[in-house]
Design a protein around this ligand. Structure first.
Ligand code: NAD
Length: 475
């Protein structure tokens, strides 16, 4: 049993003033594996005060100093990768394969931010003026449960690269992962107050950060609903906001695509991270005349997935993070059936032998129409909706018929053709014939998938504000 009773403020692990506790539950068994004591508004205010005090000196550090800090953070995280992976598998239910990739990625994000910082110009000459890009101030980083450490590390690395100081509010459901990452970050030996970490509920700690006048910036990753409430709350103090929200990503298979490659990739695009991914390619859009072949290949690809114990190296799909999330996915499967979609694979209930945990059957629907809820709403589980099109123009229209615009996928034998289609899809990223991630390319959403971008230069720019100096010595 793991009891997490401290938060991290001003360079120290301290006992929170908040006294509410929450159970931590292993989603593979639903056994209670620990408790976390949650911080409250006063803890949040202390964390903001520490970050504000540290900002005075940290904002004046040189690029070289900050690059050195980022290197130290990388080294401190990298050395505890095994502990981070174990916590992510146990507490969240990520498959060992996914957790390994995700935690390695978390460590690397400090080096990537250092690289971006190296090439970033904080001073520019524009017109007759000197323009200085100034760090915004205290940044609040609010993160979800579905890849906790990598969201924390990427946001933290970028904010620090810009010269901001930070208060992190991780998901309250990720406290064991937060504990490991907090210990790593502490080991890096940064000046006190540069980063602070407060476990707590969204409507308590998150809400206090949203309204606090000394927080200049919020970088939030999470649901569209909460993102909107943060944007509304942040308006009172005109905080800058970066919102990375939900998605219902289209995956367009053009009629010349090699289905033998494109379909297994499409199933992976939807089921990655147990289907709990904002970028999940959950709408598969295929040529009508190829539907029978698509169905055959989808069945094979789904048959090759392995649902089960996430600690087993061969598992590809672990449990849903919570009973609530399990119920949400079940609900959508029922809605799909009720609204007339045809169940091709999977369906309601647990896979046989996995009744104790929050495991769901990898599910695929065909004959899905655009108005159905399973085609429009983010399910956040391994449920794929297949739709058909007659013409390329219709495929693009279906792809864009969504409130979201985070990521999209296109497969074709002809890269130029795929690029032409990609250019017409409204999404922050379009992946052509691949499932890659480019940490230097901007990431973020059009429409209701968010505001702003993360990663690379565009990510760094979200933490600075331009200031113009006009006039010359001789004037
Ligand atoms: P969530 O929105 O419920 O919670 C995210 C974070 O916000 C948590 O730390 C939570 O405590 C906090 N929060 C909740 N209410 C708050 C409030 N009123 N004020 C301030 N903070 C508050 O999301 P979740 O359930 O943890 O994660 C799943 C969602 O995240 C999905 O919708 C998914 O699409 C989205 N997501 C988006 C991205 C992206 O990069 N676009 C990545 C991963 C997940």
């Amino acid at each position: 049993m793991k009891n997490i009773t401290q938060i991290y403020i001003n360079g120290q692990f301290v006992t929170p003033q908040g006294s509410e506790t929450m159970e931590l539950i292993n989603p593979s068994t639903n056994a209670v594996i620990g408790h976390v004591t949650l911080g409250n508004e006063r803890d949040t205010q202390d964390a903001v005060a520490a970050a504000r005090a540290a900002f005075k000196t940290f904002s004046k550090t040189s690029k070289e100093e900050r690059i050195a800090y980022l290197q130290k953070l990388h080294d401190a995280v990298n050395v505890r990768l095994d502990d981070m992976i174990a916590a992510m598998v146990q507490e969240y239910g990520a498959s060992l394969q996914f957790a390994t990739m995700s935690c390695q990625y978390a460590a690397k994000s400090f080096l990537q931010a250092a690289d971006v910082l190296r090439g970033f110009e904080f001073q520019k000459d524009i017109g007759r003026s000197r323009v200085s890009l100034e760090p915004l101030g205290v940044a609040a980083l609010i993160t979800p449960w579905n890849a906790s450490s990598s969201f924390i590390c990427n946001k933290l690395a970028t904010a620090l690269a810009a010269g901001c100081t930070v208060v992190i509010k991780p998901s309250e459901m990720s406290a064991m992962q937060t504990q490991v990452i907090s210990e790593c970050l502490h080991e890096a030996g940064l000046p006190p107050g540069v980063f602070n970490i407060v476990n707590g509920r969204g409507d308590v700690v998150g809400a206090e950060l949203t309204r606090h006048p000394d927080v200049a910036k919020i970088s939030f990753t999470g649901s569209t609903l909460v993102g909107k409430s943060i944007a509304r709350g942040a308006a009172d103090t005109l905080k800058r906001v970066t919102l990375e929200l939900g998605g219902k990503s289209p995956n367009v298979i053009l009629d010349d695509a090699d289905l033998q490659k494109a379909i297994p990739l499409a199933v992976m695009a939807c089921y990655m991270n147990n289907g709990q991914a904002c970028i999940a390619g959950s709408r598969l859009i295929v040529p009508e005349e190829q539907l029978d072949e698509v169905k055959r290949l989808v069945k094979i690809a789904v048959g090759q997935t392995r649902v089960g114990d996430p600690a087993d190296a061969s598992t590809t799909i672990g449990p849903m993070v919570s009973k609530k999330q399990y119920e949400r996915v079940q609900h959508y499967i029922r809605v799909g059936i009720e609204q007339g979609a045809e169940l091709l694979v999977g369906g309601e209930g647990h896979p046989q032998g996995l009744e104790a945990g929050n495991f769901v059957k990898p599910t695929v629907f065909v004959n899905v129409t655009r108005d159905m809820r399973i085609a429009r709403e983010e399910i956040f589980g391994p449920v794929l909706s297949i739709m058909t099109y007659k013409t390329e123009a219709e495929a693009i229209e279906i792809a864009n018929d969504t409130d979201y615009g985070l990521q999209a996928y296109v497969s074709s034998a002809d890269y130029d053709r795929a690029s032409r289609v990609a250019s017409q899809i409204v999404a922050g990223r379009v992946l052509i014939n691949c499932l890659d991630h480019d940490p230097l390319a901007p990431f973020g959403g059009f429409k209701q998938s968010g505001i702003g971008r993360e990663y690379g230069v565009y990510g760094l720019e979200e933490y600075v504000e331009p200031k113009a100096f006009i006039g010359s010595r001789g004037a």
